[in-house]
Design a protein around this ligand. Structure first.
Ligand SMILES: CC(C)(COP(=O)(O)OP(=O)(O)OC[C@H]1O[C@@H](n2cnc3c(N)ncnc32)[C@H](O)[C@@H]1OP(=O)(O)O)[C@@H](O)C(=O)NCCC(=O)NCCS
Length: 389
């Protein structure tokens, strides 16, 4: 009934834009940015009787878990024409794309859901957050200008890449950005984006990328797209730099984990969360996903899993995950002491909920020993990412 197509033909670009931009309410003048950031080859089309009725975009990126970058597809721009809704079109689109990812060896997929039910039906589950925090500049209370701050005029990701990778290794859930995802952070065709490095220009210790927002000219909100201080001095300089906008600025907004470490440096931490989103992960290939993430180096153990997966039945079955020296190896078989749907496995894999919480939610079942082993193996910082896609 529905046909899935792996690239967008040039002659159907306008139809694709019209359908998807209507469904997602995106102004048509953003098409050039969207096409450039995703790339026509990464757009997927769904047809009914030959007619284009929906589609999606894929960013073939990476996502960091346990200090290693796992190949990942970030799913975006999913939309189905309103007249074809609730006939299983989106489910068919998602199922075909997951089969495609499985065939191409991509072990996980990640997305932000406008409605969880659709994505849960094909095996995605909550796996991390994107919290936008807001702090009045008057609460920063730090004055430390010891380190230099350098403006970055070029839009290349190179000056920022090392720092982002360092942060990604130390946390969970950050993306290894594609060129298109970098573009979305560092540039904007509609307004100036300000980019700065902190410390030595060649070996920076921190960075900040932001836009200035205001309803009238003043007061400004500094809307930070991404920032980080790798050292205490860089963190202090970062906050000082932001507070140096206080004569015309009122507040800073930025993205971080719920237990934002940078708020450990400010004088006050009366922050608010302006927006909290949860992103979802799909384990596309159980063995590949478990073997390609990293694990806490001090932990060793063996976890006997039993996984159910009705959409990608190749995943269903028993696995033994053996973890040692920060690496996992997987073999089929074993005693299946911890059993879960592939959805529960996604949450566990990302370290978003503890095994005990997953048990309370009814998302996994297992012996106390298996739960303890899983808790040690999947422990780590809370998964988060600064961007949406
Ligand atoms: C969300 C959207 C893609 C769903 O497309 P669709 O073809 O109607 O979805 P399907 O018929 O395949 O639905 C499959 C399942 O998803 C869930 N689902 C779909 N639309 C839903 C909705 N609006 N609310 C709640 N659940 C929904 C249901 O569980 C549904 O199964 P059911 O019909 O057996 O109950 C479509 O409504 C759309 O384009 N919306 C606007 C854009 C958008 O929100 N895109 C998603 C961005 S993440």
């Amino acid at each position: 009934m529905f046909e899935y197509q792996r690239a967008l033909p040039v002659e159907e670009e306008t139809r694709f834009r019209d359908v998807l931009f209507q469904t997602l309410n995106i102004p048509h003048d953003r098409w050039d940015d969207v096409r450039e950031n995703i790339g026509r080859d990464n757009m997927r089309v769904l047809r009914h009787d030959g007619r284009l009725i929906g589609g999606m975009g894929l960013h073939p990126a990476g996502q960091w878990f346990g200090g290693r970058c796992v190949p990942c597809c970030c799913v975006t721009l999913v939309g189905i024409s309103p007249e074809f809704r609730r006939k299983g079109a989106a489910r068919a689109l998602m199922t075909s794309s997951l089969q495609e990812l499985r065939q191409s060896g991509t072990p996980i997929a990640t997305l932000y859901a406008s409605t969880q039910a659709l994505y849960r039906a094909v095996g995605f589950e909550q796996a991390g957050t994107r919290n936008q925090h807001e702090l009045p500049m008057s609460m920063i209370g730090i004055e430390d200008r010891t380190l230099d701050v350098h403006e970055v005029s070029a839009t290349s990701p190179e000056p920022f890449r090392n720092l982002c990778e360092q942060r990604a290794r130390r946390t969970n859930g950050n993306l290894e950005r594609t060129a298109g995802l970098w573009n979305r952070v560092l540039t904007d065709s509609k307004q100036p984006v300000h980019r700065y490095l902190i410390g030595d220009r060649e070996q920076p210790e921190g960075f900040v990328v932001f836009t200035q927002e205001s309803e009238q000219r003043f007061p400004l909100t500094l809307s930070v797209r991404d920032m980080w201080g790798a050292t205490p001095a860089a963190g202090r300089r970062l906050w000082t730099f932001l507070a140096d906008h206080a004569s015309v600025g009122e507040r800073v907004r930025w993205f971080g984990p719920a237990n934002e470490p940078l708020l450990g440096l400010t004088a006050e931490c009366k922050f608010t969360d302006v927006q909290i989103l949860r992103w979802m992960v799909r384990i596309v290939d159980v063995q590949g996903a478990l073997e390609q993430r990293g694990y806490p180096p001090a932990v060793s153990g063996e976890l006997h899993l039993q996984v159910a997966d009705d959409v990608l039945p190749e995943n269903a079955g028993r696995y033994v995950l053996e973890v040692a020296d920060g690496q996992g190896t997987v073999r089929e078989g074993g005693r299946g002491e911890l059993s879960c749907h592939v959805r529960g496995l996604a949450t566990l894999y990302a370290g978003f909920f503890s095994p005990q919480t997953l048990l309370e939610l009814g998302w996994i079942e297992g012996s106390p020993e298996a739960l303890q082993t899983a808790a040690a193996i999947f422990s780590g910082p809370e998964p988060w990412m600064p961007e949406i896609f």
